[in-house]
Ligand binder design. Structure first.
Ligand SMILES: [Zn+2]
Ligand SMILES: [Zn+2]
Length: 351
């Protein structure tokens, strides 16, 4: 079968023919025919072989991709609760089961977790075999392409949870990529007033507006302070950062009211300098957020079932798996939001 694989430590990904080790999934494993798989920022980082992805080296070669939806085609021994034909999505985190966090019943605090698509074969392939525990059933009415948004949407739901966003809160979201736009959407669904900002991000901000994000601003046209004041008449209650740009943390904290909550969700290549005296005196909370929770994942599925028409605007491109390399180039560009790979499509069927 066709798969987009990281074959060596170094730049690039390769479209190759590959197969499974045995005819059947191993004990506790489930085989899934992939119907749609989204390209994530981390896939781009892995392809570019950014230094913080060197952890993948001992696991190569492997098929990348962790934001996928598909149908179960086979189950290994000991699998309960999933059957051939079930429509599923993947929450790609596999806790180790053995560290302090796992033993204390807090798998989200696992210190040795493994990620499908980064530590073991993932979803940029026609089929994948994964531990049964990472798969979650989706409603019949939820189309596979929309369902492939579940994982990134669940990241956003969790970020909004950690930010403790409530109705009427004034929320600034920094960064209009798929995670930022989804955070803005979820916060707005909870009744918050939301300002979504970008920098030279006109195309993505327009997409967010089509999703229903009421207020957006490109910081190339107006500074953050002025935009926040104009939108809310004062500072905001919550900031969610989804830029990965270190400078945005200080900027975001400066528009946050005393006792406000700042949630950092970006993956930062650079360290960041903070005015800690001001943070302390204004009693602000700075929280890191990563991955998601079972509750947030379930809410993401429910949101897609209920508000899929709006959320589907996140999908800007659909390409056959055979055009995976071109899809990566598109995903790197500023005009794309979520680029999906569709193994069912043949070459030239780009939509
Ligand atoms: Zn992702
Ligand atoms: Zn663990």
């Amino acid at each position: 079968m066709l798969a987009l694989r990281k074959t060596r430590a170094g730049r690039g990904v390769d479209l190759v023919r590959t197969g499974f080790d045995g005819p059947e999934p191993g004990p506790g494993e489930v085989e899934v025919a992939i119907r749609a798989a989204g390209i994530c920022g981390s896939d781009l980082h892995a392809a570019a072989w950014d230094p913080s992805y060197g952890f993948m080296e001992p696991f190569l070669p492997l098929t990348i991709g962790h934001e996928f939806a598909g149908a179960v085609t086979a189950t290994g021994s000991g699998v309960a609760g999933l059957e051939v034909g079930d429509r599923v999505v993947c929450w790609p985190t596999v806790p180790c089961g053995d560290c302090d966090g796992c033993r204390a019943g807090r798998p989200s605090a696992c210190e040795a977790r493994r990620i499908v698509g980064l530590h073991r074969d993932g979803g940029f392939a026609e089929r994948v075999r994964v531990p049964a525990g990472v798969l979650h059933r989706i409603p019949d009415a939820l189309a596979f392409d929309r369902a492939a948004l579940t994982e990134p949407l669940s990241i956003a739901v969790n970020a909004v949870d950690v930010a403790e966003v409530g109705a009427g809160d004034r929320v600034v979201v920094l960064g209009p990529g798929p995670i930022g736009a989804a955070c803005a959407f979820v916060a707005q669904e909870r009744g918050a007033r939301v300002l979504l900002v970008g920098l030279n991000d006109g195309a993505r901000l327009r997409i967010a507006e089509r999703m229903g994000i009421a207020v957006t601003c490109d910081l190339s046209e107006q500074g953050l302070d002025a935009a926040v004041r104009e939108t809310f008449g004062g500072r905001c209650d919550r900031v969610i950062e989804a830029t990965g740009a270190a400078a945005s943390v200080g900027q975001g904290l400066s528009v946050l009211r005393p006792e406000g909550i700042f949630v950092a969700a970006g993956i930062h290549a650079q360290p960041c300098e903070l005015d800690l005296s001001r943070l302390v005196r204004e009693k602000k909370q700075l929280r890191g957020v990563h991955d998601t929770t079972a509750r947030a994942f379930a809410e993401a599925i429910a949101l897609l079932a209920r508000r899929g028409d709006a959320l589907a605007h996140l999908i800007t491109h659909r390409l056959p798996l055979a055009e995976g390399e071109a899809a990566f180039d598109l995903a790197r560009g500023g005009g794309a939001m979520k680029v999906l790979l569709l193994p069912d499509q043949t070459k030239g069927q780009t939509t």
